[in-house]
Design a protein around this ligand. Structure first.
Ligand code: 13P
Ligand code: ZN
Length: 277
């Protein structure tokens, strides 16, 4: 089967376009990777070429040896993923050591996978282990409201998680483990990849100060839905702060969250249910 005819590539392109339609991908902003199932690789194997050069990933991901990933290309626009997938995306194979990759499909006009490939792969490695292989999607975008909050809230997991949870009752159910925050760092390298993947051990969401957000999930719907929920919550918080300077007349209290956790059978870490002055 042709890669472009496969269900998984169709789903990948749809998600990329959904992100574009949300306004989360100005220019080449953002990147999306998917860890393929063995049967999804087999289905399209005849459409892959294995003569590409092995290149350094820039970090080591032995837990992903031999895996195949669909990825957006560096400098490529989400806007073009649906109309020019073979130019905008690629499939990459990871070598047996987890130190090198090669392009086996796509990027027909040259280029390389996203500059955030080290962060994506280190997140994938952590999430593959933490979820017994269930998580397959890592998604990075530049959503305006979440980014705006990184100029206003303290850059702590506690402050971001609690404020985002308070903005919509469904939030603690959608991301019960909370969100992690990475202080401003140079993107694209190993250091920010290490910091992000460390947070991904406990969270499915990592916010990069003054830059954007990473989400991890099982499939395209869940991962996109997670991003959408966090950003919607951030939008409400931006409106509240804009209207009142941040003072809330009423909100969801720590005991309300505890009651919610009980009925919805989620565990909410007590570190996020602190008393505010
Ligand atoms: P790429 O075009 O290399 O994917 O970079 C976009 C981006 O968002 C960097 O953080
Ligand atoms: Zn980015």
């Amino acid at each position: 089967m042709k890669v472009l005819d496969s269900k998984i590539m169709q789903g990948y392109m749809r998600m990329a376009n959904d992100g574009w339609l949300q306004g989360w991908h100005e220019r080449n902003g953002g990147n999306l990777t998917y860890r393929m199932r063995p049967e999804e690789v087999e289905e399209v194997r005849d459409d892959l070429h294995f003569d590409g050069e092995w290149k350094d990933i820039g970090t080591s991901v032995p837990g992903l040896a031999g895996e195949f990933f669909i990825a957006t290309g560096s400098g490529k626009y989400f806007r073009n993923v649906e109309s020019q997938p073979e130019d905008s995306c690629c499939i990459c194979e990871i070598d047996g050591s987890g130190e090198k990759y090669r392009v086996v499909w796509g990027l027909v006009n040259g280029g390389r996978p996203t500059s955030e490939f080290p962060s994506h792969l280190m997140n994938h490695e952590v999430k593959k282990a933490a979820t017994g292989g269930r998580h397959r999607v890592i998604y990075h975008c530049h959503p305006a409201n979440t980014i705006a909050l990184t100029f206003v809230l303290p850059l702590t997991d506690e402050a971001f998680t609690r404020e985002l949870w308070e903005m919509a009752t469904e939030c603690p159910v959608v991301f019960p483990s909370g969100v992690g925050v990475v202080p401003w760092m140079v993107p694209g390298g190993r250091a920010i990849a290490v910091a992000t993947s460390e947070l991904m051990k406990q969270y499915d969401v990592a916010i990069w100060a003054h830059h954007g957000m990473f989400c991890s999930g099982e499939d395209f719907d869940l991962t996109f839905g997670l991003m959408h929920t966090v950003e919607k919550s951030a939008e409400i918080l931006v409106k509240v702060i804009s209207m009142t300077g941040g003072a809330k007349r009423q909100t969801i209290t720590p005991d309300d969250f505890r009651a919610l956790a009980k009925d919805f059978r989620v565990e909410l870490p007590e570190k996020f249910l602190y008393e505010k002055e």
